[in-house]
Design a protein around this ligand. Sequence first.
Ligand SMILES: C[S@@+](CC[C@H](N)C(=O)[O-])C[C@H]1O[C@@H](n2cnc3c(N)ncnc32)[C@H](O)[C@@H]1O
Length: 240
Amino acid sequence: MTFQTKMKQNTELNYWLNIRDETDAKARVISDKDFDTPTTKHVDIILKNLRPEKTDAILELGCGIGRLMKPLSQHCDKIVGVDISDAMIGIASKYCYGVQNVFFKPMETDHTILMQNDGFDKAYSIIVLQHIEKYKATRLLMELCRILKLGGKVLVQYPNLLKCKKGYTNDIVAKLQMGDLIPRMEYYTKEEIEFVFDIAGLKILEVMDIDTDFYVLAQKVEQKKFVETVIIASTKLVNE
Ligand SMILES: C[S@@+](CC[C@H](N)C(=O)[O-])C[C@H]1O[C@@H](n2cnc3c(N)ncnc32)[C@H](O)[C@@H]1O
């Protein structure tokens, strides 16, 4: 069975795979009625922290329709969006039509990125890891580390568990009522974030607490082998 076929059997992923049109895709990216306000806010946070340069190659993990890539493309050499959903990538290609330095690629699997090691100066992921099981989200963080050049920077957003108490309980009720018709939601504490960045080989430069989210700016300081990372992580747990 191919990975694509397996993915289609994963009902949780179907939320992202079954996109009807651009309006439907936009609604799944930002549930806010106003699409532009959160988009401007996210672009500002990325510009201020990742500080893209005109020579930079940037990767967005879980690019959706490319709403962030389009404005950010003006600030770098090239920007590549990867996403699990072919439907999202199809809409993103139309949404960014005519922008010469924007490229889209499907994921290899739901936790591996089909890109070589050390190819990107910067990477970011906004409103994505919150929809993924924590062990796979950690695996994806390791992937972001792998595709970055040494010294490269990454910016990742996570919902702050302590600021989302209402959302957290609402999600439990909504999941009971709607099941896989709504996406999975995962909330994080600062301690969890520090743990997963450490095992991924990413040195945290700053954890920003903005509204109900954490935005984590980190740097690739070493290239760990996957097996090595897992051994270090389990040793840490045993020693706690
Ligand atoms: C809420 S949207 C955010 C899109 C974009 N980052 C933005 O802020 O506009 C979440 C995106 O993550 C993608 N996604 C979900 N699971 C993924 C995975 N395992 N790997 C890559 N992309 C994934 C979905 O297909 C969807 O496009």
